[in-house]
Design a protein. Sequence first.
Length: 187
Amino acid sequence: MLDALKGFGLTFRSQFRKVTTELYPEDTKVTAPRYHGRHQLNRYPDGLEKCIGCELCAWACPADAIYVEGADNTEQERYSPGERYGRIYQINYLRCIGCGLCIEACPTRALTMTNEYELADDSRQDLIFTKEQLVAPLTADMEAPPHPMRLGETDQDYYTLEYTLENTLGDPAEAQGSGPTSGEAHP
Ligand code: SF4
Ligand code: SF4
């Protein structure tokens, strides 16, 4: 009997406590700046892609969540500076654990992670993101690839430009308006 009264007392007192329920999705939470959310494949300021299809991200991934197939650029059809580009790029968000090892492995900082965390779905197929979904949107001053290199003669010119941009403007992706990229800000 005493235990029952204690239980009712606890329930009664709980009515006056501060409610901790989160009203998601009506009230979405702001993440920490370095939160590892959805990935993004970045572009150079002229619109060419930074990904060179090297597969280092896929090899670094402990969950085997990334699939990459590279292909050769040609002078008629160029998607990135240099020899190769990522023809097929997929991330399986059923496998990804958000560890960020892939963005650490990327030699061109093509791959970064945004703060977007709404990645739930009821379709397995829809959780395999393709290159078209992952690549950063074109801004007003960018041109959709394929197109020739506009910012230099060689891929080295592009890397040097990127280095200069970083040191003069801060995060180049944010300067280009391509959204938050925690990987770029905090490699
Ligand atoms: S964040 Fe980790 S688990 Fe997800 S794709 Fe990158 S390396 Fe793989
Ligand atoms: S995202 Fe980076 S590591 Fe992955 S294939 Fe492209 S260039 Fe290589």
